[in-house]
Design a binder for this molecule. Structure first.
Ligand SMILES: Cc1cc2nc3c(=O)[nH]c(=O)nc-3n(C[C@H](O)[C@H](O)[C@H](O)COP(=O)(O)OP(=O)(O)OC[C@H]3O[C@@H](n4cnc5c(N)ncnc54)[C@H](O)[C@@H]3O)c2cc1C
Length: 338
């Protein structure tokens, strides 16, 4: 029996939506095993200080059997505790595949868990397919311009971290809820590296920009703008459109060029404008997840192979600053004509 385990992501006692995306990926792996004539099943593991409520919700939503791992000390996320408890549990369950979200939490504990379990690992996966009776995983490479195809090395266990936004969330309502089992993990202070990590404080990021969420037109800047001073060109461009708001990809926010309230994507705002103009944005799955509801997408990118072009209604292959300059020239001339 092939056991596919999904490690559910919990924050403040709530299941994060990415968990449902992991289940979609798990169903693909399950279907592959079944086609190959093997028995397979999916189970979801929910590590939390009080896992019962989220475990019941997930089992009810998906019909998948769920294991709540009760970690009484886990009031806030702690990678040492996660790795210690999951290692103990997974050794009993002996899974063939373990799916973890490629989020800040998943990226933090997955490598340590892989080391402890001596598992082959593929991180940042955005697609799964079967080829010649093998599962092949893809992940973005070269600035999201290409996909790299990977096959795990032979080994008993595979840990796969999945990029949020790459798989549609599993939202098929279950006919019958899955079972819920709650397991408590014993702590042996000799083996658990207690107190190596201490939670000091959690800070809320300043809220999402409601203006961005409501905007009918969004002009968004990506790393292609090269330096923060060039945001002025984006602002000038935005002024050509009445009530346009300015959006940005995450690297610009991470570099401190623009505030978080402008970030569009899976960890920023999900927007639904009539027109979205992406300037120098490559089209990562995390950015695209935030613009799925946009009516019309125009992209300006100097790379004709940019992934965003596959999701755009109009593709403009150009240097964005040159394009904006040319656009403004025509726009201003036209406005000044009597
Ligand atoms: C857990 C997680 C969550 C994430 N959440 C988000 C999120 O919410 N939102 C988000 O945006 N990202 C998110 N990311 C980051 C994401 O993976 C990408 O790294 C990011 O979206 C890339 O931003 P970009 O397209 O601006 O930059 P790049 O990928 O560097 O692309 C820059 C683009 O600009 C083009 N370019 C360069 N020069 C010019 C020029 N002169 N004229 C025109 N085009 C030019 C290039 O061809 C390229 O396509 C997340 C990542 C992780 C792991």
């Amino acid at each position: 029996m092939k056991e596919i385990l999904v490690i559910g992501e919990i924050f403040s006692g709530q299941i994060r939506p990415v968990t449902y995306e992991l289940i979609t990926a798990a169903r693909k792996i399950e279907a592959f095993f079944i086609r190959a004539g093997e028995d397979a099943r999916i189970r979801v593991v929910i590590p939390a200080s009080d896992p019962e409520t989220p475990a019941r919700k997930l089992a009810g939503d998906t019909g998948i059997d769920t294991i709540g791992v009760k970690i009484t000390e886990l009031e806030t996320y702690n990678s040492d505790l996660y790795i210690y408890c999951l290692k103990k549990l997974l050794k009993q369950l002996n899974p063939s595949n373990i799916l973890i979200a490629h989020t800040s939490q998943g990226r933090d504990f997955a490598p340590g868990l892989a080391l402890e379990l001596k598992s082959a690992t593929i991180s940042g996966v955005n697609g799964i397919r079967s080829e010649k009776n093998e599962l092949i995983y893809s992940r973005p490479a070269f600035n999201n311009n290409k996909n790299m195809l990977l096959r795990p090395a032979a080994g008993p266990l595979r840990i796969i971290t999945l990029l949020p936004g790459s798989f549609k969330a599993d939202i098929v309502k279950a006919i019958k809820p899955g079972t819920v089992e709650i397991k408590e993990i014993d702590f042996a202070p000799t083996t658990y590296k207690k107190n190596r990590i201490r939670h000091l404080q959690s800070r809320q990021r300043s809220g999402e920009n409601q203006a961005l969420k409501k905007a009918k037109i969004i002009i968004a800047a990506g790393r292609g703008i090269k330096k923060p001073e060039n945001l002025e060109s984006i602002a000038n461009f935005a002024q050509c459109f009445a009530t346009a708001a300015i959006g940005a990809s995450r690297p610009l926010v991470d570099m401190g060029w623009i505030g978080y309230k402008h970030q569009v994507g899976i960890t920023g705002a999900t927007v639904a404008p009539k027109l979205y103009i992406a300037c120098g944005i490559s089209g990562s799955s995390q950015h695209l997840a935030g613009i799925k509801e946009a009516d019309f997408v125009v992209s300006i990118n100097k790379n004709p192979q940019a992934a965003i072009f596959r999701h755009s209604d109009i593709c403009i292959t150009a240097d964005l600053l040159e394009f904006i300059q040319a656009f403004l020239k025509v726009f201003i001339n036209k406005k000044e004509q009597p």
